[in-house]
Design a protein around this ligand. Structure first.
Ligand code: BGC
Length: 423
């Protein structure tokens, strides 16, 4: 293992507090530019939905489409922030060697037929009763109303043909009709960040910012458009596309090899889909590894969780993946590398939250919850602590008012709430 290279890498992934303050300021600037329709690295997509009252009731189908697993759930909203799950089916969109609805060979029709089939299963093949469906579609889409989200571009390395440029609910409706389920009516489509905000707001008020920190990364907030003629609504920032960050050679290599070079630059530095890749590029360099080696964010988590003195988990992983025996000290250094990659991710995400907070609360920041869903936030070691550290370094005393709150399963509940708000 090349120790000199490792030292250099540790420096390259280190991010200074000045850089982070700059990130926060640039995020705020880009939001405000976007609101004036001026050039910005944020897509600032209108959701055409505001915040729920919490009194929404009724039975709805919720479709959560945006990660490796597809979820279809029949949800009953009871009002007062209460709800129950009546039936739920979760299926992967890709099973290696069996089927793949998200690769470049996959076609829109097959993908949406697959989805319609799962919806049919959830409603037990019922072709009579009317069902309203809320759809959480977690990709950048432009909307002119709550129904017609048109996919701008796939992200997270999805590549199914025939979906980009199309209204996803139309594709879904056509598939439902092909299978005789015209009684299922998609009536609302929202981004997953928006779903999480709706879910949190359904249960309690005073929540204006939500984020997904998982395979992908993104943030939305409730925009009041004070002093302008816009209608208050949630704005999906598509913050994964923010491009004013200091990048290093590994970020650039990953970017060049990705499905969409030069897009989603922030997402490629922070999200679960990519932090394992960054680590992989580093490991290839450190071990001059020929052939294909790969580490995922789950491996990063295992490395960071190895607390035993001799670091057996890390050493075993390196033997398995690279075929090299390493010393305890080398394992320690590999753990440091995993830590800087993960910590940088957490610092950047928290800095971007500061930019959003400054935009919403230009005077001073009141007690406020930022709701977050996603496995990186929930499970990755070092993430929460480093996020709070950055909030503190950027916001000073005001950071005591900000709480980062896990909102699990918001994509499903939010889809049902969106359907109820638009029935
Ligand atoms: C997508 C966003 C989504 C995020 C989290 C990103 O790749 O562009 O729309 O909110 O992933 O799922």
């Amino acid at each position: 293992m090349d120790d000199k290279k490792l030292k250099k890498m540790l420096c390259e992934f280190n991010i200074t507090i000045d850089d982070l303050k700059q990130t926060a300021a640039c995020v705020r600037y880009d939001i405000e530019q976007g609101l004036k329709n001026k050039p910005t690295s944020l897509k600032m997509l209108k959701s055409y939905i505001g915040l729920p009252s919490g009194a929404e009731t009724g039975e709805y189908l919720a479709l959560d489409f945006g990660g490796t697993n597809l979820r279809v759930v029949l949800v009953r909203l009871d009002g007062n922030g209460k709800y129950s799950i009546i039936k739920k089916i979760v299926k992967p969109l890709k099973v290696p060697g069996v089927y793949d609805f998200i690769g470049a060979q996959a076609k829109a029709e097959d993908l949406f037929d697959f989805i319609a089939g799962i919806i049919a299963e959830v409603i037990d093949g019922d072709k009579k009763k009317k069902y309203f469906l809320g759809h959480t579609f977690s990709f950048p889409s432009s909307q002119t109303n709550i129904y017609n989200a048109r996919l701008i571009t796939w992200t997270k390395e999805f590549a199914t043909s025939g979906v980009e440029g199309h209204v996803v609910n139309d594709l879904l409706k056509e598939a439902l009709i092909r299978q005789g389920f015209g009684n299922v009516e998609p009536i609302a489509v929202i981004n997953d960040t928006v779903a999480v905000l709706l879910a949190a707001a359904y249960k309690s008020s005073d929540t204006y910012i939500s984020s997904i920190y998982a395979t992908g990364h993104n943030t939305c907030y409730f925009e009041t458009y004070q002093g302008s003629d816009g209608k208050p609504m949630i704005i999906n920032l598509e913050i994964g596309g923010f491009n004013k960050l200091v990048v290093n050679e590994y970020d650039n290599r990953l970017n060049a090899d990705s499905e969409l070079p030069d897009q989603q630059r922030m997402e490629k530095m922070v999200s679960g889909r990519y932090i394992g890749e960054l680590f992989t590029y580093c490991m290839q360099d450190l071990f001059a590894a020929v052939g294909k080696i790969h580490f995922s964010s789950i491996d990063l988590s295992a490395i960071l969780n190895d607390e035993e003195t001799e670091l057996p988990v890390i050493r075993k992983l390196i033997i398995e993946r690279i075929g090299v025996e390493i010393t305890r000290q080398e394992a320690e250094n590999i753990k440091k590398l995993a830590a800087v990659i993960v910590s940088r991710s957490a610092h950047i995400v928290a800095a971007s939250f500061c930019g959003v907070l400054w935009h919403i609360f230009p005077e001073n920041i009141p007690a406020h919850n930022i709701v977050i869903d996603g496995s990186v936030f929930e499970k990755m070691p070092l993430v929460t602590d480093n996020m709070y550290r950055t909030l503190n370094e950027i916001l000073g005393d005001e950071s005591a008012n900000v709480r980062l709150v896990l909102e699990n399963g918001g994509s499903v509940l939010g889809a049902a709430v969106a359907a109820a708000m638009n029935k």
